[in-house]
Ligand binder design. Structure first.
Ligand code: CU
Length: 638
């Protein structure tokens, strides 16, 4: 059984001997949804649910982008097989470890008993070589989810796959067929080598950055440990981006009949990559986020953070092919597939857009100053009330070069620590941001509460900047739920999904005012490739974060860093506080933008220990991770 597929050159096999695989009996190795040409997911009709699902974790040699890859698979394919469950059933899933190291399997987004959550060291001891672990849990929800290893860097090697849970109640939308579209990133490098490269030199994979020489000359940038081209830590320089396990030239294709509605279940199963998804020529109606029904939103594009899922419905009227285009946030690559009425058709692949550049708002500069009138006739930007924190010297932005390649864009007149009231920023490159709509909304200049410019006041960072594990601290954080995210601003006549668009279809019965609030800072030192919470890596933490059983807890995340972090809480839902009243959407993974302040409410109802972490694999690995202990308040000593 082990390595059964090692001699199967999967993609070439498919490409050159299409159709023969069935005759040879090898077809069963490839999950139906991940075949090169698909007519629909495995059936969603009743009675098709296995009583026992068998998953084999094994080393497998597969071709990826026509090259041989040493992968770590579930049942011999990347992604692994579709785990299809039905709400209300009890799932029984056997996972066998055929590796010579420990493994594990976590059900991402599923609310399961703590000992079934699959996190080594927290839920259980992991699965030893040669062992089989049997997961058994009641299925209490429905929607699109995924599973992956929670051991080391195994996930990067292919240890992941999709989950669909069919609901008991009929769904509030209709479609004729559905497809899983699982996006991931593959590297031919050893993942530990990737991590070592990042630790040695964090911009290792940022081939688009300004040269070292340019940066070295610019001492201010060095002091700030910032680089405006830091969009992704790991890029197309090493990654091949996959759609259902296929590189773009293999062109995963989902078939449809003109006139049909097709549901696409997008899953971001990547280790480190944010994708921007569009299907030129089609509107997408987003109907679920993280497996939860939302009020339908028609969009042209949406960003999917690592570990999120979005379900969309598209209506295909024309007898023509459409490209499913998943461009990476840093524009260094893309995954691509096709929806077509017939096999072998394809549509144009869109031109890749230019790489975005971090803005003042991403750096937590006073509000978003990109909209400031830079024309020189405005001398009233008095920032004398701003508290820049205790480590003033690192926030000196003189000589700051926004473009990285244009020395005339500097802010040499800016003195953030002093009382200078004439901060002339003329010449500042606003990186193409809209110059009229962002005029410093509600900026709170040092705690003056009489400021009522808007309901989205920035909040200054306190003097405690969390030590050496946190550098280049965002001084001002604010809500960014109404922003589509970097690189997606100013898209005219092109609607991009916002977190503010996510409104739960049904009101939440258990919603009430939170009794307690915890503020947690997402912190990092990019230069040393340190990522943490409140400045402390997991290895520096002795006590878990304590949640009290039965409480409703507001968690407020403040991102002190210039990178996005998709934050994942195990065992309990996070309800996004986005102004939708009783219809706050439930999220298992929340993308927190640079310098963003965002809150979620949690009904704490799952006693025991749970993982809580950034879902960027290397961020988690180096320490952006915590254990949450849900304890009885009366027995707690804290
Ligand atoms: Cu992170």
């Amino acid at each position: 059984m082990k390595n059964k597929s090692s001699t199967l050159n999967r993609r070439n096999f498919l490409r050159f001997t299409a159709g023969m695989s069935i005759a040879l009996g090898l077809d069963s190795l490839i999950p139906a949804y991940a075949k090169q040409v698909v007519t629909a997911n495995e059936p969603r009709n009743k009675g098709k649910y296995s009583d026992l699902i068998d998953l084999q974790i094994q080393q497998t040699k597969l071709p990826i982008a026509s090259k041989n890859a040493s992968t770590l698979t579930v049942n011999g394919s990347i992604p692994g097989p579709l785990v299809r469950l039905r709400e209300g059933q009890t799932a029984t899933i056997q996972v066998t470890n055929n590796l010579d190291e420990d493994t594990s399997l976590h059900w991402h987004g599923l609310i399961v008993p703590r000992e079934m959550d699959g996190v080594p060291g927290i839920s259980y001891a992991g699965i030893k070589p040669g062992e089989t672990f049997t997961y058994r849990f009641p299925v209490k929800q429905s929607g699109t989810y995924w599973y992956h290893s929670h051991s080391g860097l195994q996930e990067q090697l292919g240890h992941y796959g999709p989950i669909i849970i069919d609901p008991i109640e009929p769904e509030p939308f209709e479609y004729d067929r559905d497809y899983v579209v699982l996006l991931s990133d593959w590297t031919f490098e050893d993942p530990y080598e990737v991590l070592a490269n990042l630790k040695k030199f964090s911009p290792y994979y940022n081939y688009q950055r300004p040269t070292i020489g340019q940066l070295a000359k610019n001492l201010a940038w060095n002091r700030m440990r910032m680089d405006p081209t830091d969009i992704a830590d790991v890029t197309g320089a090493t990654y091949t981006y996959l759609m259902n396990g296929m590189a773009s030239d293999a062109n995963w294709t989902g078939l449809f009949k003109p006139g049909e509605k097709v549901r696409l279940r997008f899953i971001n199963g990547s280790a480190m990559t944010f994708f921007d998804i569009r299907i030129p020529g089609l509107k997408m109606t987003v109907v679920q986020a993280d497996g939860q029904n939302i009020m339908p939103v028609d969009v042209d594009e949406f960003r999917i953070a690592t570990a999120e899922t979005y379900d969309v419905i598209v209506e295909l009227q024309e007898n023509t092919a459409y490209t499913v285009f998943a461009e990476t946030m840093d524009r260094s690559g893309y995954a691509r597939g096709t929806l077509a009425p017939r096999q072998g058709m394809s549509a144009a692949i869109p031109k890749q857009r230019t790489r975005p550049i971090r803005t003042m708002a991403d750096m937590g500069m006073a509000g978003d100053m990109s909209g400031m009138d830079m024309s020189g006739n405005n001398s009233s930007h008095d920032m004398s009330g701003m508290n820049m924190g205790s480590n003033n010297s690192s926030h000196n932005m003189s000589g700051m070069d926004m473009g990285g390649n244009n020395s005339s864009h500097n802010m040499s007149g800016m003195d953030m620590g002093g009382n200078n009231s004439s901060h002339n920023m003329s010449g500042m490159d606003t990186s193409g941001s809209n110059s009229s709509s962002h005029n410093m909304p509600g900026m709170d200049m040092g705690g003056n509460s009489s400021n009522s410019m808007s309901n989205n006041r920035g909040v200054m960072h306190s003097a405690d900047t969390h030590g050496a594990g946190n550098s280049g601290v965002a001084m001002m954080s604010k809500s960014r739920l109404d922003e589509p995210g970097i690189g997606l601003q100013n898209t005219k006549n092109h609607r991009v999904l916002l977190y503010n668009d996510l409104i739960s279809l049904k009101p939440n019965q258990k919603q009430r005012k939170p009794e307690r609030e915890m503020e947690l800072h997402l912190t990092g030192n990019m230069e040393r490739y340190m990522w943490s919470f409140d400045g402390k890596k997991f290895s520096q933490i002795e006590e878990p974060m304590v949640f009290f059983d039965g409480e409703r807890l507001r968690l407020t995340f403040v991102n002190d860093t210039m990178m996005e972090h998709p934050i994942h809480l195990h065992g309990m839902w996070m309800e996004l506080v986005n102004g939708s009243g009783l219809n706050q959407p439930r999220k298992h993974t929340l993308n927190v933008k640079p310098a963003e302040r965002v809150s979620v409410d949690v009904n704490v109802d799952a006693p025991g220990y749970w993982a809580f972490h950034c879902h960027l694999l290397y961020h988690m690995k180096v320490g952006m991770f915590r254990t949450v202990a849900v304890v009885d308040r009366s027995t707690s000593t804290t």
